[in-house]
Write a protein that binds this ligand. Structure first.
Ligand SMILES: C[S@@+](CC[C@H](N)C(=O)[O-])C[C@H]1O[C@@H](n2cnc3c(N)ncnc32)[C@H](O)[C@@H]1O
Length: 506
C-alpha cells in the first residue's frame, strides 16, 4: 500500500527521516499490521485470562494487559467479548494510558474519549475506585463511548458531551490525571485505515494543531497541582507533537516533561523550518521534548503514535489550601461516611436533575430481592426523570453541562415498576446477585442467550441466596463461565431473554 500514500506526506517523511530511516519506514506499509486485545482486569486477572483464552496470544511489551492475536482470528465474535473480558485495540494505542500511571481511587479525565478504547483501559486501572470523567464533543461518537463503558462493566464513570471550555469552571484543579488523545491528522493510522489518507488531505495538520493547542491549555486548568497529563496523537508531524509540547511548556512554567524511557525519543531537531518556526521556543522547551516518545511502525509491532507525559508542580505550602476548589465545595455532605445504600434510601442526589416525583420503592424492592453487598459503594443515587444512576462520590455539581451518563446506569423506574439496566448487569459480579445462572461456554445455550433466544432452564440451575426467598422466579443475572452478560427472567422452566436487541450476536 506504500504506493497509495499521499505524495506530500511521503515527501515530508523523506525530509524528516533522512536516507537511513525512510526505506524501512516506507517498507512497513507493505508489511502486515499487528492486532491487539486488552484484558479487562477489573473483571478477570491476566493469569486467569491466559488460562481461558481460546485463541493464541502474545504479550504487548509496553502494556501488561495487552496481547497480540493473529490476523484471521475474530475476537469480537466470542462470548468473552460479550462478557466485557477484553477490548480490541491497536497495540500502540495502549501506550498513552500506561504512561498516565493511573492508580485506584484517583480522579481521571479522558478529555477526547470516544469511542472509549483508552477510557476502558483507564477504568480497568481504577478498579472501580475513584472518579472517571469521560468526554467527547461529538454527540454521535459518544454513543459508542457509552456502549463500550457499559460492555466493560464500568461503575464509576461520568460521560459528558461537552466543549472543554465549558467544563473548566466545574472541574478547575479537580483531576489527578488527564488524558488528551485529541483529534489529529492520523498519519500513523494510514496502514490500519486507508480512509485516513483521504481525510488527511481534508483535516490539515495546521487545523489539527490549532485544536490541540487549545485542548492542552484547557486541560491544564482542570489538573490538580502535582497531577499528570498525557498528551497523545496517532500522527508523525512535528507540528502536532513536539511543537505542541514545546509551546505548552513555554506558556506553563509550572509544567515539566517526565521523560519516557520505553520508546524512541521525541525529536527536538524537528522543531525547525519549514514545519515549525525554530525561534518560537525557549531552550528549556526544546530540550524537554527529547523526553517525549515516538512509536514507529518500522521499529515496533504497532502503528505510529506520539506521547508526552507532563507533570504539574505540586502546590507550594501557601497555595495548597485554595487549590481544587470545585471538588471541595461540591463534595456531597458526609460523603464517604454514609454508605451508598443509605444515601439511596434517603433519596440523596444532585440538585439539578428532576427527581422529586419518582418513587424509589420499586428499586428498593428489586435491590432487596436481587442484590447482595454494596455494589454502589459510596456512590450517590441520582434520578434523571425515570432513570436511576449511581454517581461516583466526590463529584462537583455538573450544573449546565451536557451530561450523557451521570454515573453507572442502574435502571428505569416506570409506572410503579423497576427495570434493571443492561449496564447494571454488566457492572455486577455474579456473587453480587441473589439469583444467578451461569452457562458454561461449551453449553449451546450460552450462544443462544447472546442471540436473544428464550431458553429452557431447570429450576435447579438457578443459584439462589440461601438467606433469600428461595424462589427461582423472576429476574436473574445471566453469566457465561461466571462472567455476567445480561438479565433473564425465569418462570416455570423457561428463561425469558432480556439481552438488549442492539447487543445481540448476529
Ligand atoms: C483520536 S480520537 C479519540 C480516541 C479515543 N481516545 C479512544 O482511544 O478510543 C479523538 C476524539 O476527539 C474528539 N474531539 C475533537 N475535538 C474535540 C474537542 N474540542 N473536545 C473534545 N473532544 C474532541 C473527536 O470527536 C474524537 O472522538
Amino acid at each position: 500500500m506504500s504506493s497509495k500514500l499521499p505524495a506530500a506526506f511521503v515527501e515530508k517523511m523523506n525530509d524528516l527521516l533522512g536516507t537511513d530511516q525512510i526505506e524501512p519506514f516506507m517498507a512497513s506499509y507493505d508489511q502486515p499490521r499487528a492486532f491487539g486485545i486488552r484484558v479487562n482486569t477489573a473483571k478477570i486477572s491476566i493469569e486467569d485470562f491466559k488460562q481461558c483464552a481460546t485463541f493464541a496470544i502474545q504479550p504487548v511489551p509496553w502494556a501488561p494487559e495487552g496481547f497480540y492475536y493473529e490476523e484471521g482470528v475474530r475476537p469480537g465474535k466470542h462470548p468473552y467479548y460479550h462478557a466485557g473480558l477484553y477490548y480490541i485495540q491497536e497495540p500502540s494505542a495502549m501506550a498513552p494510558v500506561q504512561l498516565l500511571d493511573v492508580k485506584p481511587g484517583e480522579r481521571v479525565l479522558d478529555l477526547c474519549a470516544a469511542p472509549g478504547g483508552k477510557s476502558t483501559q483507564i477504568a480497568a486501572k481504577l478498579q472501580g475506585e475513584g472518579v472517571l470523567v469521560v468526554n467527547d464533543n461529538h454527540s454521535d461518537r459518544v454513543k459508542a463511548l457509552v456502549k463500550n463503558l457499559e460492555l466493560f462493566g464500568v461503575r464509576n464513570a461520568v460521560v459528558l458531551n461537552e466543549k472543554p471550555e465549558r467544563m473548566i469552571p466545574v472541574f478547575r484543579g479537580y483531576f489527578d490525571k488527564i488524558l488528551i488523545d485529541g483529534p489529529c491528522s492520523g498519519e500513523g493510522m494510514f496502514r490500519k485505515e486507508e480512509d485516513m489518507m483521504s481525510s488527511w488531505e481534508r483535516h490539515s495538520v495546521e487545523q489539527c494543531s490549532l485544536m490541540q493547542r487549545e485542548l492542552l491549555v484547557q486541560a491544564a486548568q482542570m489538573l490538580a497541582p502535582g497531577g499528570r497529563i498525557v498528551y497523545s496523537t496517532c500522527t508523525f508531524s512535528p507540528e502536532e507533537n513536539e511543537a505542541q509540547i514545546a509551546a505548552f511548556l513555554d506558556g506553563h512554567e509550572e509544567f515539566e516533561v517526565v521523560p519516557v524511557r520505553d520508546f524512541e525519543p521525541g525529536r527536538p531537531d524537528w522543531l525547525r523550518a519549514p514545519w515549525v518556526d525554530p525561534c518560537a521556543f525557549s531552550p528549556r522547551a526544546v530540550e524537554a521534548v527529547a523526553g517525549t516518545a515516538r512509536l514507529w511502525p518500522h521499529r515496533l509491532k504497532g502503528e505510529g503514535h506520539f506521547a508526552a507525559v507532563l507533570r504539574r508542580a505540586p502546590a507550594s505550602a501557601g497555595r495548597a489550601a485554595d487549590e481544587r476548589p470545585a471538588a471541595a465545595a461540591a463534595q456531597p455532605p458526609a460523603a464517604g461516611k454514609r454508605s451508598g445504600r443509605e444515601a439511596l434510601r434517603q433519596g440523596k442526589g444532585r440538585a439539578e436533575p428532576p427527581r422529586a416525583a419518582v418513587s424509589l420503592e420499586p428499586l428498593r424492592a428489586f435491590e432487596k430481592e436481587l442484590l447482595r453487598g454494596e455494589p454502589y459503594g459510596a456512590a450517590q443515587l441520582v434520578c434523571y426523570g425515570e432513570h436511576a444512576y449511581a454517581s461516583p462520590a466526590g463529584l462537583p455539581e455538573l450544573h449546565g453541562l451536557k451530561v450523557v451518563r451521570p454515573g453507572w446506569y442502574i435502571g428505569a423506574l416506570h409506572r410503579g415498576r423497576f427495570e434493571p439496566s443492561h449496564a447494571l448487569a454488566m457492572g455486577l459480579r455474579m456473587s453480587e446477585a441473589k439469583r444467578a445462572l451461569s452457562f458454561a461456554i461449551q453449553d449451546g445455550r450460552a450462544l443462544r442467550y447472546l442471540k436473544g433466544e428464550t431458553l429452557e432452564v431447570a429450576e435447579s440451575e438457578i443459584v439462589r441466596d440461601p438467606a433469600g426467598s428461595g424462589s427461582a422466579k423472576g429476574y436473574c443475572l445471566v453469566g457465561i463461565d461466571g462472567h455476567p452478560v445480561g438479565w433473564g427472567k425465569w418462570n416455570d422452566g423457561m428463561l425469558k431473554n432480556e439481552y438488549p436487541p442492539g447487543w445481540r450476536w448476529t
